[in-house]
Write a protein that binds this ligand. Sequence first.
Ligand code: GLU
Length: 286
Amino acid sequence: MCGIVGYIGYREAWPVIIKGLQRLEYRGYDSAGVALMNDQLRIFKKAGKVSDLKDSVEGEVLTGTAGMGHTRWATHGEPSDRNSHPHTSGDDRLAIIHNGIIENYSSLKETLLSRGHSFKSDTDTEVLIHLIEDIQQQTGLEIREAVRIALDKVIGAYAIVIMDKDEPGELIAARKGSPMVLGVGDGEYFIASDASPIIEYTKNVIYLNDNEIACIKRDELLIKNIDNTVQIPYVQELELKLEMLEKGGFDHFMLKEIFEQPRSIKDCMRGRIYPAEGYVQLGGIK
Ligand code: GLU
């Protein structure tokens, strides 16, 4: 199960994101990547551990007060640098990180290929960012609206964060079926798959609901539903301490592991077992 961490505010985003990804390492993953916004949109990604990613960026410019990071649990395309997230649009203007599966990605990909798009990875995720780009090219709509329309065409589960080079002060986050939490700070916002990367900065959180899209600036938050109605965010105060959060509310790690087994098995099999077709596909075994 992958992890997502996003930040926009006044701090340097890189250390917040890397630390956050490390807090989510318990979820299991095969690759890691980060996008940072400074004078340009910079992307760093690597198969392997978050520590491998850190080692690979020595000497790079890692400044920027907005960014997003991802740990990937591959479902579409082998674990590799090329298939790691973030993925970009054809013109490299948009970047996306995604947790989940776009089930109708192959029909969307066919349509996009016929319209001249070409792809750099084997992932379902890259198809989604090209779809958003395509909608913008066809309609001239702003990014938030293009994301909403694209998500309406998507079947599957997702938690996503999107960055747009032309909107450097904004992150767009959305979810359906995959968890996502927003941390509300003073002049800053955090995004994560669970509250553990957020809690040391703020206790005020918003749990995004299915089908909600959040447009996040450092001092402004707008949440809309996929049908374009504005939602009033419900900010709640986290009572759990970091140690408790890491134990998922259980008294001991052992209990947590026992109760997480059904979900862990489901996550392992996600995208690999197709019950309707009576068919199993495991990486490396044809
Ligand atoms: N389906 C996407 C991929 O294979 C995201 C997997 C994940 O949830 O990490 O890249």
